[in-house]
Design a binder for this molecule. Sequence first.
Ligand code: FES
Ligand SMILES: [Fe+2]
Length: 397
Amino acid sequence: MSHFLKNKEMIKLHLERVLEPIEHSRGLSNPFYTDETAFRFERDNVLSKEWAAVSFLSDLKESGYVKPLDFMELPLVIVRDKNDQIKVFHNVCSHRGMKLVHEEGKNHGVMVCPYHAWSYNLDGELKGTPHIGGVDKHTDERFNCENNGLREIRSHVWFGMVFVNLSGNAPEFTDSIAPLTERWSEFLGPESMNAWVEADDCKHQLSVKCNWKLAVDNYCEAYHLPWVHPALNSYSRLEDHYNILFADNFAGQGSYVYNLAEVAGTSLPVLEAWPQDKLRHAEYIALFPNVLLGIQADHAFAMILEPLNATETTEHLRLFYVGEESANAPKYKQNRAEVLNSWCVVFAEDIGAVEGMQVGRNSPAYQGGAFSPELDQPTHYFHKWNARRYLGAMENA
Ligand code: FES
Ligand SMILES: [Fe+2]
């Protein structure tokens, strides 16, 4: 066990400090960003108990498709069956524990283990056990296939993303997302997030050398805008932003003057429900733990943070537009390219910030850091969210 988790009492005191009012609070300390034991503790005690996004639905490219992935070092496999039902399983064979699916791709209904060729259907049921009872005896009365299927993980699809709840006992996804959909009903109308259509040509991926939480921290605040995003700041300035923090698991910021259409010269259809007097409003909200969302009148985006280890994260970005034509017709191709490019510039500018914060967390002189009592409120909200979960897990440990 690392030094980090041995000092339980010290960590508890530290976490209680995180929970103090913002003017006295200090952020999560260095090991929460640098220590691999902390990373696994967090996986098993924080992210596993929440709804974490693991993939975009569109990555399951057709009916009958399997996609293996590692979620914080746990092997999982997402399955889209021939009826387009999504299921997620632990990607491990029930026999000797070989990783089952190694390559993503079209699947005709059977997943075969590369080791001794046990085979599973896309519902995870064990269907084939060659020679299990001896040579050419493919069944054995001492062995029951029904008890040896794949272990399914609770999953839910929302806004083009596949979410999993590894512990199986988080509140219903629809209940936990309700505060956000209610908030955004003002902009999106009754169709809610279904009003958006994902574009096939607006995908982007970034590798960042930082702990996944620093990407959330950075996303939550507009404070860094003037120095990190000079172009964005030229039309959506610091003073045009407001803090957002609500329910249990949402924080971020909004702008009153977002105006990409004019700046980039794009002209894309806007949502019908979006209030005419708020066409330049935009909101950027982190859905804890690992999704960053943004909505504007003419497009939305989602970024899934894929935590690789304590100090590395992959960011997966997708853009969504109003209706099928805006999202995929050649007519709007150039506009979509401009929008994607604008966001790629912004997110690339953030890399220096989050990687710089990661390097700073190697310094013994840093003990979680202070917050701006005003502009860091959403970031503090996220630190408190983490601290409460760590404390809860430590009580039960
Ligand atoms: S480990 Fe999968 S068939 Fe033996
Ligand atoms: Fe930023």
